[in-house]
Write a protein that binds this ligand. Structure first.
Ligand SMILES: [Zn+2]
Length: 225
């Protein structure tokens, strides 16, 4: 899953208005941000295998550190702990930790059974939504659109940057998702390097968030009335 994870990051803002969108993107995408680093270091591995599932030409055959359920739980707890250590907010820490975990849950829905439960052994999970292109598009885009709608209504722009940087990111994600559809990367290194570029979306999230402010529930009800 790709833009669905961003849907979670955007949507979480409604639950924790004080947590920056940058932090929420970092949390929801953490596993896929660490993954290319481990690919380049030769610790984890991916293979190009067109037709592996209908939706992706990638065979995720070795990614126990970033994508095994047990270690994802550890990543989630660590992330929540670091957040609490820096910002001292329980609610923010819990939601950020859950956002990390949500990545595995969404990957579990989409991947074929290639997600390890433990970093050792041979137990794998995955419901294989990627076997159907239409089903993948419906589920992933529904999550993304819902998340964007939640963020757009839970916050309001303070200035033009707050408006255009936000919609710019949405447009960038939509175009990237469309470009990725059906494209077959030449090798695993290209996959790693392009995935590494996704780190840029974290400061982009912080930038957006500094130029928008949370809409209070009261204000929301007034505009609705
Ligand atoms: Zn992933």
């Amino acid at each position: 899953m790709f833009i669905g994870h961003f849907g979670v990051a955007f949507g979480s803002k409604r639950i924790v208005p004080t947590v920056s969108l940058g932090t929420l993107i970092l949390a929801a995408q953490l596993l896929d941000l660490v993954w290319p680093i481990l690919l380049l270091l030769g610790v984890e591995h991916v293979r190009i295998d067109p037709g592996n599932t209908a939706f992706t030409p990638l065979e995720f055959y070795d990614y126990p550190i970033t994508h095994s359920l047990l270690l994802v739980l550890v990543w989630s707890l660590l992330f929540a702990g670091v957040y609490y250590g820096i910002r001292r907010g329980w609610k923010g820490a819990i939601v950020a930790g859950c956002a990390v975990l949500s990545h595995w849950v969404l990957d579990f829905i989409t991947h074929r059974p290639d997600l390890p439960l433990f970093p050792w052994g041979q137990s794998y999970a995955g419901l294989g939504l990627w076997n159907s292109i239409p089903a993948t598009i419906i589920v992933e885009w529904a999550i993304f659109i819902a998340g964007v709608a939640l963020y757009a209504t839970a916050t309001s722009p303070l200035d033009r940057i707050g408006r255009y940087a936000f919609w710019g990111l949405v447009a960038f994600l939509v175009l990237s998702a469309i470009a990725a559809m059906g494209s077959v990367p030449p090798d695993a290194k290209v996959v790693a390097v392009t995935s590494l570029l996704l780190w840029l979306l974290v400061p982009w999230g912080y930038w957006i968030d500094r130029h928008r402010r949370p809409v209070s529930r009261l204000q929301e009800n007034l505009t609705k009335a």
